[in-house]
Ligand binder design. Structure first.
Ligand code: FE2
Length: 144
């Protein structure tokens, strides 16, 4: 389930790539925590961190896109809004997951697997379908 960072995921801008790496780390941390159902608070804390950081990340991307007159800015911005809504829904589902009383049950495991898959797809859609279009438009370093 773990997402592995490799060259194929690189956009070519230092800030965006570093932020994507951090998002991957948070998602991978969630996958690990899911194997320890007793870690309720840890799970919700990490999901909240992911939501918070993703919002920041999308804002940073949008700022960069304006700076370099990225032609798909509007389409990308709408995509970000949709992704944040999806992430909110996934977060609510995680909230429900931690309330399943029998953490050793099949129901818990099935739901944990379903949510892990959703989270993985969420990230893949963001980076591969939307951000890859920025490749070649953004400067290598954002502090130029
Ligand atoms: Fe991104």
């Amino acid at each position: 389930m773990r997402i592995k960072w490799d060259g194929k995921l690189k956009i070519g801008n230092k800030l965006v790539d570093a932020e994507h790496k951090l998002i991957i780390s948070l998602i991978n941390a969630i996958f690990v925590i899911l194997r320890h159902p007793e870690e309720r608070e840890e799970l919700i804390f990490t999901i909240d961190q992911l939501s918070k950081f993703s919002k920041e990340h999308f804002e940073n991307e949008e700022k960069l896109q304006i700076q370099c007159q990225f032609p798909h800015y509007m389409e990308n911005k709408l995509g970000h809004q949709k992704l944040l809504l999806e992430l909110d829904n996934i977060r609510d589902s995680f909230d429900n997951l931690v309330n399943i009383s029998d953490k050793r049950s099949e129901a818990y495991n099935d739901e944990a697997k379903r949510l892990a898959k959703l989270l993985q797809n969420w990230f893949v859609v963001h980076i591969l379908k939307s951000d890859m279009k920025m490749k070649g438009y953004l400067p290598i370093s954002s502090d130029q």
